[in-house]
Write a protein that binds this ligand. Sequence first.
Ligand code: G1P
Length: 271
Amino acid sequence: MIKQAIIPLAGLGTRLLPLTSVFAKELLPINGKPGIQYILDECIDAGVKEIIFIISEKKEMIKKYFNNDKFYKSIIKKKKDPRIINEYRKILKYKKMIKFVYQNKPLGTGDAVLKTKKYIKNNFFLMLLPDDLIIKKNCSKSMIQVHKRYNSSVMASMKVNKKNVSRWGIYKINKRLNKNNFLINGVIEKPSIKEAPSNKAVIGRYILPKSIFSRLIKLKPGKGGEIHITDAIQSLINEKHKFIAHNFSGNYLDCGSMQGYIKSNLEIAKL
Ligand code: G1P
């Protein structure tokens, strides 16, 4: 059962400057609702009961957004606006499900995952990267089904243009299981065109085993001096742990770049 999800939120959001100079990118509205809310709705709809937010002191704003009870209570007393009451109810529902942990130094996604170690209860958990919005089909839900069927770790995947492989984690297929699921035998973080084993990229949804923590502890910094989740996954694959790449059927939107953020607003407005 996948009951817990983790969401790394300590990233600086430099690709969205100047908006992110004073604002957390995950709170930027997409068609009237903070980006993070789409991510929360996806994992809650997929059956997740507890969500761990990895924030930093610079991103305290996110914690405040979900913990602003005094403010809402005084506003609601004065203004009986049903829209605000409804939105506040949603925030209260999320608040009950969220725990906060801190990653104050930007040492990479792998390091962010490590901060959640003592809170993970079951053998597998879900990780969602908030820059990656997937609309029209619940990617986490489909991945949980794949996980149940094969009792395996799973990563979301998509074909990318060969020219852009150095933007992603790129994996190599070992065996086709069926139309959308592939057993993988290697993954490499942001390879050059020459190094890339394929043009198949990992997108920000992962079902990871608890055993990833012991690999993360041992990892030395990789590309760009950061601890990458990709390198810990490779180390598990080396020890014969099963990882499946799942070609999701929803539409992918990259909210971490300005162009992608603008496109997300347009695409979501059309839904
Ligand atoms: C991270 C991962 C990368 C993955 C990507 C998906 O990179 O390290 O392997 O392909 O997310 O969005 P980042 O976006 O943090 O540079």
